[in-house]
Ligand binder design. Structure first.
Ligand code: KG4
Ligand code: ZN
Length: 349
């Protein structure tokens, strides 16, 4: 799309445990991105502690916004619109970002744009590092995703397939009936005594493991585009209990590799089938679990559909993706009122 108005959007993201701010030009060129991670604080609880996350956002947010402006060598006067994650997410966390964004929008007289966090994850595939930030000036700009697009969103809170027929236009085909894929990674990691967040720990342990050693179940849920991962998680639990009866030490790499392969098989095959069924031109994979190396490899290895998977830095929560989605909302006339409230359970479609 070339006829949308040019604009610089500053976005704030505080839906979970990362305090983030980023600035994007014309929806795609990333001028700056700052993320204050709370992972170390929450790791000791084995998951995100909502009250602590909210307080930490309050402490970090001002510095994070200032840093994003400084990195881009811009002042608030040079920003055209303020985007913010309005939901879904933890209410106490979302409130901090929304209030900061409202304050800037009101104080500077700029439009405010409430963005759905899931929409943000999908738009991470539009973002590229602007020449100002690129290490290698010769890097090519990645192609823009083309509609109709089959979008697999796999994060800690959501797993769903959406057909995206145009900007901001989604048809949800199916979603998880129980655990999200990332949640399954986190729960199984805990079972195996691996650290939080579980996705990267399982991926690392699996590198040394045999993915064929344990034949864990795949919930295909034929004739639907839904997913289910709780049976798989329970199956790992039973296997762990059986193994513990026989020995003091668990074959963690083999368990991790076999579990990971079961998740990947289902995500990959269902997405490919949906893309064929709905005549998608391309595939998009986004959300925290899209950082998973073997998952990225299997999608990139197929040649039936061009596939867009964001760079690792944009897979897990960040504000660049919110700025990109915010730009398209702004350019297409979807501006929010200053009295918007947080929407902790806001679905994408
Ligand atoms: O998108 P995200 O940062 O937050 C949500 O919106 O939920 O996703 C976080 C999830 C966590 O469950 C984490 O374990 C998972 O993404 N994750 C991974 C990997 N990196 C992060 N899962 C599998 N493999 C990875 N490399
Ligand atoms: Zn997320």
């Amino acid at each position: 799309m070339t006829d949308l108005k040019p604009a610089r959007v500053l976005a704030v993201e505080t839906s979970c445990d990362e305090t983030a701010c980023a600035i994007i030009e014309n929806g795609r060129a990333l001028l700056s991105s700052v993320i204050a991670s709370q992972i170390e604080i929450h790791a000791r609880y084995g998951g995100v502690f909502p009250e602590v996350a909210s307080r930490q956002h309050v402490l970090s947010i001002t510095g994070v916004v200032e840093q994003a402006l400084a990195q881009a060598h811009l002042t608030l006067n040079e920003i055209d619109a303020i985007a913010v994650t309005q939901g879904p997410g933890l209410a106490g966390s979302l409130v901090v970002g929304v209030n900061m964004a409202k304050g800037i929008a009101l104080g500077m007289g700029k439009p405010l744009i409430g963005v759905n966090h899931l929409e943000g994850h999908l738009y991470s595939a539009w973002v590229y590092d602007s020449p100002l930030r690129r290490d290698e000036p010769g890097d090519i700009i990645p192609p823009e995703p083309q509609f109709p697009l089959m979008a697999l969103l796999v994060s800690g809170g959501h797993t769903e397939l959406n057909l995206m027929t145009d900007h901001l236009t989604y048809q949800r085909l199916g979603s998880t009936l129980d655990d999200a894929a990332g949640e399954a990674f986190d729960k199984v990691a805990r079972l195996l005594g691996l650290s939080y967040p579980g996705g990267p720990s399982i991926q690392e342990a699996a590198e040394e493991g045999d993915s064929h050693r344990f034949n864990f179940p795949r919930a295909w849920l034929e004739d639907t585009w839904n997913f289910s991962f709780s049976g798989l998680k329970t199956s790992v639990l039973y296997e762990v209990r059986e193994l513990q009866k026989k020995s003091n030490s668990l074959p963690v790499p083999d368990l991790a590799a076999s579990f990971q392969q079961a998740v990947i098989d289902v995500l990959f095959k269902k997405t490919m089938n949906a893309a064929r069924e709905f005549d998608a031109k391309e595939i998009l994979v986004a959300g925290g679990v899209s950082a998973n190396r073997p998952l990225r490899q299997i999608f990139k290895a197929q040649t039936e559909f061009p596939v867009h998977i964001p760079p690792l830095s944009l897979c897990t929560d960040n504000a660049a993706m919110i700025a990109s989605a915010g730009y398209y909302r702004y350019a297409l006339g979807h501006v929010s009122q200053l009295d918007i409230d947080v929407l902790p359970t806001w679905p994408l479609s």
